[in-house]
Design a protein around this ligand. Structure first.
Ligand SMILES: *Cc1c(COP(=O)(O)O)cnc(C)c1O
Length: 392
């Protein structure tokens, strides 16, 4: 009987059989830029794809290969390829699977960098990009039906934690002949499987939850073999290669992915519940709260509601300026998904690339606080929030 291992087991073992000679039990960091061959024929076999192997580090690397294989197994996709950052894999994907003149439909709430690709860079290069209100599923379907070559989704969204119905929107995308891409950074494959819900490609900023320790940048795409091949062919030439040292750190972080996500799901749920009943907090965005407008969709498509939430103290950036330094167990920093709790407003985190006017146009309140729950003990996180709110 062949049993499909649990994700928690794949975190630890997935992809790790491709290890170097000599039997190291841990994946070595292969720094070598080139890979030598004893004779021209075996070199030619690898160069022409007849045999497996590596030629040159911009294209492939053994440490990077293991990272790609581990995430491929967790997302259950046909193929995976990586890049130096999340934005590198997202821009490489958009530049290689669609072309100028084609039409991309997405939502207003994508990650700030992605949003700037849609509002500025891709239109300048001749792509047509249409951004729809994230909460309006019918409007997204109508734009897709009006003509769509690529449907780009992100759920839960950053920083307002809206949830898109992946099964319904993937079906709409496919009915229009579009390629469906989902940014799964916030949910991770532990909480959500976009490919099983119909997406063609899943992209990740591995910098966040996958690595989990805020010490390495990386990006990865998983999904249909033909599309991943196209993205790889472009990425190997434009050179946004994942560094083997970063691949090693991401791999090491991924060993504990399931453990961390279970803890972060629990902590975030408790923090969201606590904040919801606090008199100084005016709004809490967390898909696990029954009051969340998309709670029912989230409960259907997610196995856990994730470690991310956001809330407001009712004021503008001045209230955030006063509140953040009072927290003892939270970095005020532009990152998320790490073992430490991390906080910040959209102006310095998810939407730092946008102007205040652009954030307003995207419906992102200036006084919002994004809270990325770490793996600390929940009692300490709640006590910390309590004393900081009391002092405000
Ligand atoms: C951070 C982030 C990105 C970009 O990733 P980098 O690794 O910083 O380039 C893309 N999407 C989401 C949802 C993110 O949080």
């Amino acid at each position: 009987m062949s049993i499909e291992p649990d994700p928690a087991t794949l975190n630890v073992w997935g992809g790790e059989e491709r290890i170097a000679p000599g039997g190291p039990t841990q994946v070595p960091v292969v720094h070598s830029v080139s890979f030598g061959y004893p004779d021209l024929d075996s070199w030619l076999d690898v160069a022409s794809g007849r045999a497996e192997g590596h030629i040159y580090g911009r294209n492939t690397n053994p440490t990077v290969d293991v990272f790609e294989e581990k995430i491929r197994l967790l997302e259950r996709g046909e193929a995976a390829t990586s890049a130096s950052t999340g934005m590198a894999i997202i821009s490489n994907t958009l530049h290689s699977v669609v072309a100028p003149g084609q039409r991309i439909v997405s939502v207003k709430d994508t990650y700030g960098g992605t949003s700037l690709l849609f509002t500025e860079h891709l239109p300048r290069m001749g792509y047509e990009c249409v951004l729809v209100d994230t909460h309006d599923t019918e409007a997204i379907e109508a734009e897709v039906a009006a003509g769509c070559d690529l449907l780009y989704l992100e759920t839960p969204t950053n920083p307002t934690l809206k949830v898109l119905d992946l099964e319904r929107l993937s079906a709409a995308g496919h009915a229009a002949g579009a390629i469906v891409v989902v940014d799964n950074t916030f949910a991770t494959p532990i909480n959500q499987s976009p490919l099983a819900l119909g997406a063609d490609l899943v992209v990740h900023s591995a910098t966040k939850f996958l690595g989990g320790h805020a010490d390495a940048l990386g990006g990865v795409v998983v999904g249909r073999q033909d599309l991943v091949d196209t993205i790889y062919a472009y990425r190997e030439i434009n050179g946004a290669t994942l560094h083997p040292e970063a691949a090693y750190l991401l791999l090491r972080g991924m060993k504990t992915l399931s453990l961390r996500i279970e803890r972060q799901n629990e902590n975030a749920a408790a923090v969201a519940e606590y904040l919801s009943s606090h008199p100084k907090v005016v709004g809490v965005n967390y898909p696990g709260l029954p009051s969340h407008p998309n709670h029912e969709v989230a409960a259907r498509q997610m196995r856990g509601f994730g470690g991310m939430l956001s809330f407001s103290l009712g004021g503008d950036l001045a209230s955030v300026r006063e509140f953040l330094p009072r927290l003892r167990f939270a970095h005020s920093a532009a990152n998320l998904g790490a073992v430490e709790t991390i906080v910040g407003p959209p102006a310095t985190t998810s939407h730092v690339e946008c102007s205040a006017a652009e954030r307003e146009a995207l419906g992102i309140p200036e006084g919002l606080i994004r809270y990325s729950t770490g793996i600390e003990h929940i009692d300490d996180l709640l006590a910390d929030l309590d004393q900081a709110l009391d002092a405000c």
